[in-house]
Structures are given as C-alpha cells and as structure tokens.
Design a protein around this ligand. Structure first.
Ligand SMILES: Cc1ncc(C[n+]2csc(CCOP(=O)(O)OP(=O)(O)O)c2C)c(N)n1
Ligand SMILES: [Mg+2]
Length: 891
C-alpha cells in the first residue's frame, strides 16, 4: 500500500476507500465469502437504519461472473477444437458467399454465426447431448446462425457438398438447405423453428416446463436433459423473448439455459448505442430470479484485472457504452490505448508492457473457449433456477474489412477476393491463392485428426445434433366409446358446442388408452368454458403440488393443484399456452410420447393475437387441437368489439397444415375430433386442428344418415325440403351457431313463402376451398384426362334454385367457395367491428339472423324471376328491416 500524504479531498477519498477494501480483503482471506456476505448485509442494514438511502441495483460489475480463480481447465484438445472451429467458420462463410455469387441476392448471413462460432463449438464438443443419451438435450439454434450449423454437419459428413452448394435453393436437384431452421422443410434435421425473433425463447421456456411435466406425470423417465436456447441480444427486444422469463424461475426450471449472443448489434446498428444491453439483460433476468452468468472478457484480461487493486479497470469497463465498445471493436490498438486506456494515466500504466497489436488482440468472453466452457459448466451444474449466459462477442468476428463490428455487417453476404484471402489466412484454411476466387468448401479427409475428433466427441455425447426423428410409435386405433353418445342428439335438451366439447374432453381424459396422453391447456379461461369440473377430475399441474389450503376446498370442484396434475393452466398468457401446445404437440418426435394437446382459448386471441406462434406450430409439425372458444361475432353476446371473433376461420386459411372446422352440432364435433386423432396419431399426418366452439345453447339433433364423410369434407345436407316440387327452390348454407338461424329461415320460407329449401351444414369452408383449388390445379396439369370435380360442385351439381350462405364470420369465408357453385352465392356475414349487445341485436345489426336469411333468399329468387319485387319489399316490412339501415361493415 502506498503511503502518501493526502493532497485534496479526492485523495482523501481514495485513501479511505483503500482502507475499507483492505479490511474487506482481510475478512475474505480469513473468513471466506460467506463472512463477507454477512458483513455486507449488516453494513447495508446499519446504513439503512441510519437514514442512508441505498440505491437499488440488480446489476453486478461489468466483468465475468466466474473469476479467473474459479475457472477450471478445459478438457479435450483446445488446439484441435480451434482448428475445427476455423473449418466451420470457413465453410459457413463460403456457403453464403457462393449462394450469392450463383444467384444475385439469394441472401444468407455470415456475421451472426461468425460472432457465435465459439458459443456453438464449445456446446457441440462438450455439452450438447444427442438422442443416444438418456439426457438428450433440446436445442433452439439462433435462426441466422444456420450456416454455421450446416457447415458443421457438412464436416461431420451428414450434409453433402451439393446441399451446401444449394444453401437457400431448396428446389435444386440433389436437394438444398433451408435458409433457417424449419422442421417442415428439413424434417430429419431441424427440430425447432426459431427465426421469427422472440418465438424461440418463449417456446424454449415452455419446452423446459413441459419436460418437467412429462417427468412429473411419469410419461418420461427423469433425466438431466437441458433445453438450450441461443438468441440474439437484439432479439431480446421482442416482447415474447423476455415476456415469460418469470415462469422458469418460479418453477425452478434448472433444466433451462439461455445463451444470449451479445454482439451489441442487431440489423440496423447497435442494440443500445447509448447504454449497455448486457447490464440491462442482467438486471431483467436477475430480477426475475435467474442465475446470470456474464461472460464478457477473454483470458488476456485476467492478469490486468488481477492487478486492478483500485477497481479502476472495472470502473472503466462499466462506464463505456455499447456504441463506443462497437467503435473500439473496429479500431486499432493505438486507438484503444489512447481512447479506452488513455482516460487515466494509471490505466495506461497497466498496459504499458503490451504492444498495440496485443491490445487489439485481447479477446472477448464469447470468443474465448475456456471462458465459454466455464460459463456452460456453471450453467448445467446450477441447481434450483434457470441460467442465462450473457456472452459478449463481436458481430462479424473475423471478417475484418468485410464487416467485423460494422453497422452493415448483419446483411453482409459478399466477400471480395482480398477479404476472402485475409479470412482464410486468419483462420489458417488450406485453400491456395489460386483457388480462393472459387471459394471452395474445405473438408479434411475422413481420417484427419480434426474429423476424427469431431466424430468422437459427438459419439461420446449421444450422437448428432440437431437431428429430428419421430421417436414414438403410432397409436393403433382410436377408441369408439367416448364419441358415441354424441351421435344421437340431446332429445331437446339444450347444450352449447363448448359444453359438448368439454364433455367429450372429460370422457377422453377417462379413457384408459388415451386418457393419460391428453393435455388440456387453458389460459385462465377454464370457468369461461365450463371446464372447472376438470380441476378436480385430473388436477392442475404444479411441480410444487399444492402447498396451501385452497379457499374452495370444501366444494366439490375445488381448485386442485397437484404435481401429477394434467391440466396446464397457463394464466393469462396465450403465447405461453401456445408454446406449451407446441411442446406437447411435438413430443411424439422430441420425447417419443404421443401427448395430444387440447388448447382452448378465446377465439379472438388465437390466430389474431398469436398467429405467428401458430405458424411456427405448423412449421414444427405440431399435432393437437386448437379450440377457439366463445367464437362468432354475434354468438358471443355482450363482449363487444375486442372479443367478438368473426375473423379466425378466415385467418386459419393460410396455415397450410391447419384443418379448420366451424361445427354446429355435437355429432359434428365428435366425428371431427375422432377422425383428427386418427389422422394425427394413428396415420401420423403432420397436421393440427382448429375448431371454433360457441356458447349459445340449443338442442343437439341426431346425426343424419350418411353425414359422416361430408362432415369431414366440410359440407353435407342437413335436411331436404318437404316440397321438392315447389316452383321456387333454395339451397341454404349455414355453419356454427348460425346454422340454427338458417334452419329457422328455411321453415319460414317453406311455410310462408312456398319455397322448397334444402339446408346444408358447412363444417369447413377451408376444406372446401382447398379441395376446389386442388381439383382446378390437377385439371390444369392434366388437360387430356377426365376433369376432377370439386367436392362442393359434386354436392350441388343438380341442386335447384338459389344459393344463400350465412356465417358468423366475414363474408369472404362463404365467398371463397362461390366459384364452384352452379349459380352465384348470396352471402351474409359479419364484416365490421363487434358491439356489446344481446345475441339477437347483434344478429340484427350484422344482418345474419333468420329474417335477413329469409329476405336475402327472396331477393335472390326475385333476381331469378321466381318471385315479384313486391314480395321482397313486403318481407322487409314484415321483418321490420329498414332500407336505410347503416352498413355494419363500416359502422
Ligand atoms: C419477428 C422478427 N422481426 C424481424 C426480423 C428480421 N431480423 C432478422 S435478424 C435481425 C437482427 C438480429 O439481431 P440480433 O438478435 O442481435 O442477432 P445477431 O444477428 O446480432 O446475433 C432482424 C431484425 C425477424 N427475423 N423476426
Ligand atoms: Mg446482436
């Protein structure tokens, strides 16, 4: 310790600080860290009691969480691993550069993987367990790092040169590679789609919880498997990325590891130019209860930090903002000396033994395998909480002039010859100057030490990663019994389709073959849908069980939480529930368990709110049933604009493997769900279902003879006219809760207007639309063969009279089948914003009740010359419909 006479107040402060620190060091040495913790707690308490306000901080200093003293040596061969990593880097860059040379603008990203190469390679060589291990991990790769994952698979011999050559050109002969992780496109390789920012992290969270769920319910042996999620620092601005981070902490999910690649940049520029994204993330995750491991500085910094007795370097590290750090990443050693170290002569003094070149080469934590290894080791060993590794890296690391650390780097996909040469030299790739312009892929021979080492490591860790496989056996058949009661109708008793669904679900839960596999998922809406009986029947899943006495314990249907509970009650969280749905609906592949999820939600908060997760579910080849509850723009009374769903059936159109139905009756639901389980779990089709269910109650009829196939195809005749000889004829189409309005209109038309009416239930416009287009397409491609006739045209080819459809959804839905009808379709639907009103008023407002169906039919018959205009005019009066009524679509 230096003893000099204090010159001024600052000097005095410094001496005082020094004395306190020395005392603390003494306690640390003599009593250890626990004693230091106690002392600091006492000091804080004492200061607070004496009126000192201690500012809250959830942050630790801007240094590595694991100090050099606590670090272990890395097993394996660091030198070989560095060479392998260089090969991966080269091939990853080469595939992007070549894809862009072959076809201008085909795209691809070099910089993301360049920054994350060490983060992945340490994982592949030491941590990621393949499915040969009982602890097989689930790994979500950062979407834009895909080239690096392909490059490694190429070196492993799993992907050929042609495929690599055809990166982003999947349609080429010999096969290509999808731009990003897409199980739909590469079902033997990718397991989880990630590229829509924010969805990877939330899906990973719920995947880790679902793994626990399977273990707690005895559907999967307990294991030490981890869920790893690799994400970008920019990605963390997506609400989905951080929106659910309290769940894994609350549920103590120590099987979850987030690795955030903190290159401080996103697409346009710095993530937080004027701040520090790492400190911001640390505070958020620590605040949520995670174990946070900062991995910021490479080993070269350790001796300097050891010398930093007065904390000057730590202070300096913590005060530089990210935008400035980015500038340092692109500048020379001399610049660093002047601008980073030069702010204090004592700092300059610390590095006077280092050359400019050495200063420049001091690495960051995320590029130092030893630091990353130690961070991961601590992460997988941590008990009782999830871990996040915040790894600092440089975006475009190694690209030099081609983009390292530059704002343009995210979209850099080209490298000129000079840049390629520099990259090759930096990473020691054996490609000659003459070959360099061709950017050849490079794979050492099969018996090279590099390839042998890679393969050995993967072998030891349980095989390839990523590798998607269906690990469950198909179900043999679907039991008939649970469905049977629904075919016969309720004999006048009223029920809603929601009640029917809940009853069916509760029967399925009791079934001895299927019961265990059913996973009911609700986002705090079980009571809304009348499902509270299930609380008691199968319990709400909670790893902790129920450590309190529920307030309704003395009632029959009390709120029962249990560690082997079956219901996933996700709270008000559709995105989280959907993530659970994806985890449960892909368990047939991931975990070899055929769980069948039923996720029921307010239909307005499904496709509309979490449509992108539904899209990801499609990509993931998820199986299961989505149930849009309280559906229909006019069927849900009183709830108004935000709740009344007239959209979701149409929004389901674009998801190619969603099979969507709008059933009206109990038997329709039973037929659809039974066949759905067969298609997904017996026949193993990569589809999932969407059914809208309503809360309006009416008597459920007996299933008409011969309706079964039509229900599944989307259309069947519910009733035939009693007056086939009537001069005016009409075909009325209805679906969901509007079908009873159609039936009522048919009665009036028959009895009051002498129109012979057939009533059709349209269970799925979507299925009819898809079938119609499939036929047209086939016909276009087979001009000399007999034309295929769309199912809807087959049904209607000799149907006489006018066609009128009424739907609780937008008119575009019925309109979508118009072209395959023999004559023009008149459409009633619910375009416009909802209202809080009674069901009857809503149907009047949206012009979809029986009266409008009557008038619309008469008007269509009038245009056909079957009835006089005066009849329609009179009908408007009879039914109290004003010609001046405002248009609900624009009101
Ligand atoms: C939801 C969504 N919005 C926008 C994009 C487009 N996008 C792709 S990568 C990217 C920047 C990623 O930055 P970061 O998360 O920091 O990852 P890095 O590449 O820096 O590792 C953006 C905006 C996307 N893929 N998904
Ligand atoms: Mg980034």
């Amino acid at each position: 310790m230096r003893h000099i006479a204090p010159k001024d107040a600052a000097d005095l402060d410094a001496i005082e600080t020094r004395e306190w620190l020395d005392s603390l060091d003494y306690v640390l040495q003599s009593g250890g860290p626990v004693k230091v913790q106690r002392l600091l707690r006492e000091l804080t308490l004492h200061a607070t009691e004496n009126g000192v306000k201690i500012p809250f901080t959830a942050n630790t200093p801007y240094i590595n969480t694991i100090s050099a003293d606590d670090q272990v040596l890395m097993p394996g061969s660091p030198d070989l691993e560095r060479r392998i990593k260089s090969l991966v880097r080269w091939n990853a860059a080469a595939m992007v550069v070549r894809a862009n040379k072959a076809e201008e603008g085909i795209g691809g990203h070099i910089s993301t993987f360049a920054s994350a190469a060490t983060l992945y390679e340490v994982g592949f060589n030491h941590f990621f367990r393949g499915h040969g291990s009982p602890d097989a991990d689930v790994i979500f790769f950062q979407g834009h790092a895909a080239p690096g994952i392909y490059a490694r698979a190429y070196l492993e011999g799993r992907i050929g040169e042609t495929q690599l050559e055809n990166f982003r050109r999947e349609m080429r002969t010999g096969g290509g590679l999808s731009s990003y992780p897409h199980p739909w496109l590469m079902p033997d390789f990718w397991e989880y789609p990630t590229v829509s920012m924010g969805l990877g992290p939330i899906m990973a969270i719920y995947q880790s919880r679902f793994m626990r769920y399977l273990e707690d319910r005895g559907l999967k042996p307990r294991s030490n498997a981890k869920v790893w999620a690799f994400l970008g620092d920019g990605e963390c601005d997506e609400p989905e990325a951080l929106g659910a981070i309290t769940l894994p902490a609350r549920e103590k999910l120590d099987n979850l590891v987030f690795v955030i690649n903190c290159n401080l940049q996103r697409l346009d520029g710095p993530v937080r130019g004027n701040g520090q994204i790492i400190q911001e993330l640390e505070a958020a995750f620590r605040g949520a209860g995670w174990n946070v491991i900062k991995c910021l500085w490479g080993r070269e910094w350790d001796p300097l930090l050891a010398k930093d007795r007065d904390g000057l370097l730590v202070k300096r590290m913590g005060e530089v903002v990210d935008g400035q750090y980015q500038k340092y990443a692109v500048e020379s050693g001399a610049y660093l000396r002047e601008h980073f170290w030069g702010v204090d002569p004592r700092l300059l003094d610390m590095v006077k033994h280092l050359s400019d070149d050495q200063l420049k080469k001091m690495t960051l934590g995320g590029h130092d395998p030893v630091k990353v290894y130690n961070a991961y080791k601590a992460a997988v060993e941590h008990k009782g909480a999830p871990t996040v590794v915040l790894a600092r890296t440089i975006k475009g690391y190694g690209l030099g002039e081609a983009g390292e650390g530059k704002n343009i780097t995210h979209q850099q996909k080209k490298m000129n010859e000079e840049e390629l040469r520099a990259f090759r030299t930096r990473f020691g790739i054996p490609v000659s100057d003459t070959e360099i312009s061709k950017t050849p892929f490079y794979r050492p021979s099969e018996d090279s030490t590099e390839i042998k080492y890679m393969l050995e490591r993967r072998e030891a860790l349980g095989g390839w990663v990523p590798k998607r496989e269906i690990r469950s056996k198909p179900l043999v058949s679907v039991p008939a019994e649970p469905f049977e009661e629904f075919y016969v109708g309720t004999e006048g008793r009223k029920a809603s389709t929601t009640m029917v669904f809940v009853r069916l679900l509760s029967k399925l839960l009791r079934d001895k073959e299927l019961g265990n596999l059913i996973v009911p998922i609700v986002p705090d809406e079980a009571r809304t849908f009348g499902m509270e009986a299930l609380f008691r029947q199968v319990g709400i899943y909670s790893h902790a069980g129920q450590v309190y006495e529920p307030v309704d314990m003395d009632t029959l249907l009390y709120y029962k939480e249990a560690s082997d509970g079956q219901i996933l009650e996700e709270g008000i969280n559709e995105a989280g529930s959907m993530s659970s749905f994806i985890a449960a609906g892909t368990a047939y592949a991931t975990h070899g368990v055929n769980t069948i999820p039923f996720f029921i939600f307010y239909s307005m908060f499904g496709f509309q709110r979490i449509g992108d997760l539904i899209w990801a579910a499609g990509d993931s080849r998820t199986r299961g049933f989505l149930l849009g509850g309280t559906a229909g723009r006019t069927t849900l009374a009183g709830e108004g604009l935000q709740h009344q769903d007239g959209n979701s059936q149409l929004l389901a159109y674009p998801v190619p493997n969603v099979v969507a139905y709008d059933p009206a009756f109990a038997y329709e639901i039973a037929v659809i769900i039974k066949d759905g389980i067969r298609r997904m779990y017996v026949d193993q089709e990569s589809i999932f279902y969407y059914l809208t269910v309503m809360n309006e109650q009416y008597a459920m009829p007996h299933m008409p003879e011969g309706a079964h196939d039509g229900i599944l195809k989307g259309l069947y005749r519910f009733s035939k006219t009693a007056h086939p000889e009537a001069p005016a004829r009409a075909q009325l189409l209805g679906s969901g809760a509007i079908l009873p309005e159609v039936i009522k209109a048919a009665d009036i038309l028959e009895s009051k207007y002498n129109v012979g009416v057939d009533v059709w239930s349209v269970t799925s416009y979507n299925e009819l639309y898809r079938d119609g287009h499939a036929c047209e397409r086939w016909n276009m491609l087979h001009p000399t063969e007999n034309s295929r006739v769309p199912y809807v045209s087959q049904c209607f080819h000799d149907a006489p009279g006018v066609f009128v459809a009424a739907s609780d959804y937008v008119k575009a839905l019925p309109d979508s089948i118009d072209r395959w009808l023999p004559r023009r379709l008149t459409t009633l639907g619910t375009d416009g914003f909802g209202r809080s009103e009674s069901r009857a008023s809503l149907r009047e407002f949206f012009e979809v009740d029986y009266r409008y169906i009557v008038v619309a039919t008469l008007e269509a018959l009038m245009r056909d010359g079957k009835i006089a205009p005066a009849v329609v005019e009179q009908a408007l009066k009879t039914h109290n419909i004003s010609s001046d009524k405002s248009n609900p679509a624009t009101t």
